[in-house]
Design a protein around this ligand. Sequence first.
Ligand code: SIN
Length: 286
Amino acid sequence: MITENLLTTHIGAEIEGIDLRSSDLATHADFLIDALARHQVVFFRDQHLNLEQQKSLTRVFGPLSKLSYVEPLDGEPYVIRVLKEADEVGGTFGGDWHTDFSFVEHPPAGSVLSAVEIPPVGGDTLWTSQATAWDALPDDLKDLLLGRDAIHVGKPYGAKWSPPEETRSGYSIKMVRGDPAADQEQKHPAVLRNPITGRHMLFLNPTYVSRLDGMSEEESTPILNRIQAHATRPEFCCRFRWSAGTVAIWDNMATQHFAVNDYSGHRRLMYRTTFSGPVPTHMAAT
Ligand code: SIN
């Protein structure tokens, strides 16, 4: 029997009763796709996937997508090793609110993260529901955002917004830095609609969004800061305590996430794959 145990009313569910290593995973495809749309992030404990199994699982949701700017695992162009060694100082990969690679023309529709080695303390990940945040957004901000694009740039990888050395992630993940191509502006709708649930969702994040279309950075910044403070209110978030073998799958169009960097002195190892979906487009308001 498959059971869905909610982490919060708004976002996140632990799912039991599915073996993600199974060769007939396709029989669960409709359920998995629907569960992801409803919960925005889903978790499966005790799976211990190998990379082939992780890629097969990822393909249930869409074609595997390759990401520029982060070096993939040797011989595995679709897999990123999310590793922080015990002696690494500074930031951690994904250690601020973000939506994976929203600055590219065709951002990943979702990501699959498989936990291999988990620190004895810390190393949780937070996700926030951008559908719940939209529902509760004040009307003046809804009016401002509907039908508007936001401008995304690859701030951590570009030259213009390059982060200070001390906040960068450590040596285990090779990231391209200072590439002016990453500063190229990409427009995406500030509000999307989930094709399965019909819910509107904010599609903004502070890591990659530089401004709202039709406004300068100076005009946009206070508005984006206000929206981000709202979008990450604790009651819109879930926080997940990992265990080795656990798999998380999130809807990259419906969430922002944040890897908490609170486990210095300990090793943390995960493998991440991403899948693609439709290019984000404006939806008619209802
Ligand atoms: C990420 O942003 O994909 C990393 C999340 C994590 O390491 O928890």
